[in-house]
Design a protein around this ligand. Structure first.
Ligand code: NAP
Length: 254
């Protein structure tokens, strides 16, 4: 499918895991994709790999929490891909602490909200004027099934992911008049570095996977297809929504 031929997309945190899967899929569907994450070596490796697959990608380091990096990211995307940005997939997130909220420090809370929420807000704010000029654009926020429930040990992370549901609804509401859509994806457990505590130990893996009706954890490709749909005209009447992609897992059972 070439649903995204001629389109230009930014995917944050796209040198590994879900972001890499999404970037690859958007490029396979014809988009020019800007690859980015904090470390230059990761960006270079990923760009080389995707180019060897004949995909149209460029790359630039970008720590989403740094204003200068975000500015460079947008400028480089416009420069390299002919002055447009059709899609932003805001995928970067951190979880520096595991434990009850009562044990969470102010700095840990701030880091979670800076990267997971504030950066998503600021990056979309910075991309929206470009999309407004084009009178079209699609913003996709990568939230989590954790947005819907209190998962033990992941309190602040869960709250940050709930905030993304609200952020995307507000952007969707405010930007619809400019032809800009904004939706969320809420993945269940996807086999990446981020979730490795849940699948590297066989006992933990078996216990957790029993909570997933499809009896397996997700792969980055499972999320990538949904992102491509949300970036494409196939979802042109959809905004302010969240797609849960979790193998049928019910949040309350995690
Ligand atoms: P991952 O495999 O650990 O990938 C992390 C990526 O993020 C790397 O490319 C890393 O590259 C980059 N990164 C880290 N901090 C960054 C920052 N401050 N700015 C820019 N890039 C940064 O993680 P993942 O599992 O794919 O998670 C991606 C998203 O999916 C997150 O929003 C996560 O909350 C969400 N999610 C994941 C799961 C799951 O089970 N895996 C479930 C639900 C939701 P550098 O080191 O080069 O920066």
């Amino acid at each position: 499918m070439q649903r995204l031929a001629g389109k230009v997309a930014i995917v944050t945190a796209s040198t590994a895991g879900i972001g890499l899967g999404i970037a690859r899929r958007l490029a396979q569907e014809g988009a020019g994709v800007m690859i980015c994450s904090r470390k230059l070596e990761n960006v270079q490796k990923t760009v080389d790999m995707l180019r060897s697959e004949n995909l149209k990608v460029e790359g630039i380091p970008c720590h989403v929490g740094k204003a200068e990096d975000r500015e460079n990211l947008i400028k480089a995307t416009l420069d390299k891909f002919g002055g447009r940005i059709d899609a932003l997939v805001s995928n970067a997130a951190v979880n520096p602490a595991y434990g009850p909220l009562q044990e969470m420090s102010e700095s840990q809370w701030e880091k979670i909200f800076d990267i997971n929420v504030k950066s998503a807000f600021l990056l979309s704010k910075e991309v929206i004027p470009v999309m407004q000029q084009q009178k079209s654009g699609s913003i996709v926020m990568v939230s989590s099934i954790a947005a819907y429930t209190a998962i033990e040990g992941l309190g602040a992370y869960s709250i940050s992911k709930t905030a993304l549901l609200g952020l995307s609804k507000v952007i969707a509401h405010e930007q619809a008049q400019y032809g800009i859509r904004c939706n969320c994806i809420a993945p269940g457990i996807v086999k990446t570095h981020f979730s490795e505590a849940l699948w590297t130990d066989q006992k933990v893996h078996d216990k957790v996977v029993r909570q997933v009706p499809l009896r397996r954890f997700g792969e980055a490709e499972d999320i990538a297809g949904a992102a491509a749909f949300l970036c494409s005209a196939d979802s042109s009447y959809m905004t302010g929504e969240t797609m849960v992609i979790a193998g049928g897992m019910l949040p309350a059972k995690i």
